[in-house]
Design a protein around this ligand. Structure first.
Ligand code: NAP
Length: 274
């Protein structure tokens, strides 16, 4: 499809929809003029040369590839027929089977990016339906790589697991950083200074990980080997159950993703209309 790909994004006014529409143009996968972007409330003030619409069926008709980027609870209200089109979903917990039934196409890629797509640093795992062809998979992978890195996974259950691991993932360093900042402020450190310090270490840790590409266990051992302040802190955090807490969190995210898929299966069948 090259630069002539006609791509539609349902929910293009949202966090991921905006990131994808911009990264697709930046990467030269499609010109802005070849994008049809839908919104529900306010028309976003980006990509003015794309076609913006509230009509999702019109979007489907104008597109070869349709990306669905609404929240899972809003998906039932997206009543379109995408027969014969490639659909790429970024929605958490919405199964391939439900996507095919609801959108009336068997060419589906189910993916799970993360919020770092906004800074073109998402990690996006994906799976494809049996009917999705080689060219479908190639364009999907190119779209994901326009805003970060990506892997095709073996099974749909793996996507449910990665929904917590990397889809929700950027929230977890943020959770750790919030705990650190709260601790510093409780110790009487100025809030702005604590925020700058903690934000800087998040960015620095990310850049170090990018540069060294070490296994996280190796990085932990490198710090442990000093047997100094860092090891004292990490020993205390482990003794307090940090590994168990993280495991419980990832299990909870996996269960939630599966439960969302089951809820979909019980949802009433929509009637296709614009
Ligand atoms: N953000 C993440 O970190 C992340 C990571 C992985 C996967 N996801 C998945 O990605 C999807 C989008 O997430 P998000 O964070 O981008 O959510 P978001 O910021 O809330 O964006 C969703 C957008 O969809 C719009 N919308 C809802 N119904 C619509 C309709 N019928 N037609 C057109 N637009 C419609 C909403 O419009 P309004 O302005 O009217 O609400 C909103 O702008 C979700 O399914 C989520 O599970 C998100």
């Amino acid at each position: 499809m090259g630069s002539q790909a006609r791509i539609g994004i349902i929910g293009a006014g949202g966090w991921l929809g905006k990131a994808f529409s911009q990264s697709i143009v930046e990467a030269g996968i499609a010109d802005a003029e070849a994008l049809t972007l839908s919104y529900r409330s306010a028309k976003p003030d980006v990509l003015p040369s794309a076609t913006w619409t509230k009509d999702n069926q019109l979007l489907v008709e104008r597109s070869d590839v349709v990306i669905v980027s609404v929240r899972p609870e809003d998906f039932p209200a997206v009543r379109v027929s995408a027969q014969g089109k490639l659909v790429i979903s970024v929605m958490a917990g919405v199964t391939l089977e439900h996507l095919a039934r609801h959108l009336q196409t068997d060419r589906i890629v189910r993916s799970l990016p993360n919020g770092a797509a906004e800074v073109r640093s998402s990690y996006t795992p994906w799976v494809a339906s049996e009917a999705a062809g080689e060219e479908d998979c190639r364009i999907a992978q190119a779209i994901f790589e326009s805003c970060g890195t990506s892997d095709r996974l073996a099974t749909e259950a793996d996507i449910d697991y990665f929904t917590g691991l990397t889809g929700s993932g950027p929230a977890f360093p943020a959770l750790l950083a919030a705990a650190m900042m709260n601790h510093a402020v409780a110790r009487g450190i100025n809030r702005d200074v604590a925020r700058r310090g903690v934000n800087a270490l998040l960015v620095g840790a990310g850049r170090l990980a990018e540069l060294r590409a070490d296994c996280p266990n190796d990085l932990v051992e490198t710090f442990m080997a000093y047997r100094g302040t860092t090891a004292a802190a990490m020993d205390a955090m482990r003794a307090a159950g940090i590994d168990d807490a993280v495991g419980r969190g990832l299990d909870a995210a996996f269960r939630k993703s599966i439960a969302m898929g089951h809820a979909d299966a019980e949802a009433p069948q929509p009637t296709a209309s614009a």
